[in-house]
Design a protein around this ligand. Structure first.
Ligand code: F0G
Length: 353
């Protein structure tokens, strides 16, 4: 059958599941790898976009959540908890209710986008607005899970990374081998770690002949990897990656160094400009954090630090509808042509006549 079955059934032999694991899936994964002609022309590379915003809850988090929630169900959990800048909480809530569990989500007070909060609400999340930032939320989530009967589903849970590594498998399956370079945003650093695990596993067991260099990009105001240590008051317009103390620190450093790659920062202006170029030229609307990888590639290309002729995959991690306020604000006040319901008058007002 050509019907995509979700990442657990598609990659069962590579995931930590057994026949006893109840599969909780929304048929996540199987996301499109879309050619990017404008970026390719500009960079003299062959650029592809792995479009993760088409996952069931609108971000890459669903890949890890299907595994984490399935394992929590196998272990008999009745409640799950996560800290989140918005996407993890949306995903955890959706998968948890599907499994009949209570989703408890800890979000930084006033710091997540409206649509992401709405997702947690509609999926029946028990929502705590924590007086602190994401890093405080994660510490609190860990403490709750240590002491109370609730399973932690942040990416410090290894089942999350196991699910997320399937994106690397899909890319190799689509392209026939790993790309030369893989570019993506970095926040809590689970995803760059998961991709590296996936590429490494696929090379060691055969489907890929090589591994890519990994290039991660953080927001300049929330760039602990660039500073070499935690940032106490992270700040960026890209709320999804407003994180000062990434959990997967060592794994991300290993991905960077073992791949001969880098983790660098891009400014909010570069992030918003890249988001706008993606929607205005490639036809893809992604949320601000998701544009950080594109912003980074453009920055390196413009400063002469990107070798031409490479095959490049950039992960765009979440859908543009996840944060419409930030996107709209970038364009200023929206002023449509106000026209009568009359073809001749409309055509003349719209410059078609
Ligand atoms: N892009 C988006 C859209 C995200 O939501 C996140 C992380 C990242 C990139 C960074 O990925 O943390 O694995 O390095 N969002 C988490 C959340 C923190 O709570 O939704 P990472």
């Amino acid at each position: 059958s050509r019907l995509w079955r979700g990442v657990i059934e598609e990659y069962r032999d590579r995931l930590p599941v057994t026949p006893a694991t109840p599969v909780v899936t929304l048929r996540e994964g199987g996301t499109p790898l879309v050619p990017a002609p404008w970026l390719s022309e500009l960079t003299s590379c062959e650029v592809w976009l792995k479009v993760e915003g088409v996952n069931p809850t609108g971000s890459f988090k669903d890949r890890g959540m299907t595994v984490a929630i399935s394992k929590a169900a196998e272990q008999g959990a009745e409640a799950v908890v996560c800290a989140s800048t918005g996407n993890t909480s949306a995903s955890a809530a959706a998968y948890a209710v599907r499994a009949g569990m209570r989703p408890v989500v800890l979000i930084p007070d006033g710091k997540i986008s409206g649509p992401k909060l709405a997702q947690a609400v509609v999926h029946g999340g028990v929502i705590a607005s924590v007086q602190g930032n994401f890093d405080d939320c994660l510490r609190l989530a860990r403490e709750l899970a240590e002491t109370y009967p609730v399973a932690l589903v942040n990416s410090v849970n290894p089942f999350r990374l196991a699910g997320q590594k399937t994106a690397a498998f899909e890319i190799v399956d689509d392209l026939g081998d790993a790309p030369d370079l893989h570019v993506l945003p970095v926040g809590n650093a689970g995803n760059i770690s998961a991709y590296w695990l996936g590429y490494t596993e696929y090379q060691q067991s055969g489907p890929a002949k090589r591994r890519p260099r990994m290039w991660g990009f953080q927001a300049a105001g929330a760039a602990p990897f660039v500073h070499g240590g935690p940032v106490s008051a992270p700040e960026t317009v890209a709320s999804a990656i407003r994180i000062g103390s990434p959990a997967s620190w060592d794994l991300a450093i290993a991905a960077r160094d073992d791949s001969g790659g880098l983790i660098d920062a891009v400014t909010d202006e570069q992030i918003l400009a890249a988001q706008q170029e993606l929607s205005g030229r490639e036809g893809l609307f992604v949320e601000p954090a998701s544009a950080a990888g594109v912003a980074g590639l453009l920055h390196y290309s413009r400063t002469g630090r990107l070798d031409a002729g490479q095959r490049v995959v950039i992960t765009v991690t979440g859908h543009g509808l996840k944060d419409v306020d930030t996107a709209s604000a970038y364009y200023g006040e929206i002023r449509p042509y106000v026209v009568p319901a009359d073809a001749a008058a409309a055509a003349s007002a719209l410059g078609l006549a």
